[in-house]
Design a binder for this molecule. Structure first.
Ligand code: 5GP
Ligand code: ZN
Length: 113
């Protein structure tokens, strides 16, 4: 999608601090980190939110989930991490391209705000 910031990052049209990339997904540091490690993992395909995942996206979504632990390991998150997917208005999703926040290297609190 031409005016989507995460599409542009995933397509390398604008620079970002990439930590992982393949044909299907990209992972890059969040602009405003909420933890010592705060990375966003996105499918390269423009999918607006978790609400818009379709059957044809199953392979990409499965691959993304499989890669989470590899990305976490590469970032040194041996002690655990949190994966967050804000969805829609109540979920406080601000960027309308599906993304998973990978947060780590500090103790998280529960429940989230
Ligand atoms: P959301 O609130 O939609 O779950 O999360 C969007 C996240 O994207 C926020 O944590 C915000 O800091 C991050 N973000 C917004 N614009 C950019 C950007 O241009 N580059 C990067 N790396 N992160 C961004
Ligand atoms: Zn997009």
């Amino acid at each position: 999608m031409s005016d989507c910031i995460f599409c542009k990052i995933a397509n390398r049209e604008i620079p970002s601090d990439l930590v992982y990339e393949d044909d299907v997904i990209a992972a890059f540091h969040d602009l405003e980190p909420q933890a010592p490690v705060h990375v966003l993992i996105v499918p390269k395909k423009h999918i607006e939110s978790l609400d818009d995942v379709d059957f044809e996206d199953m392979e990409a979504m499965g691959w993304l989930m499989k890669k989470v632990k590899d990305i976490a390991k590469d970032l040194g998150l041996e002690n655990g991490y949190r994966l967050v997917c804000n969805t829609g208005e109540d979920g406080m999703q601000t960027v309308k391209h599906l993304h998973f926040h990978l947060l780590g290297r500090r103790k998280m609190t529960w429940p989230p705000g």
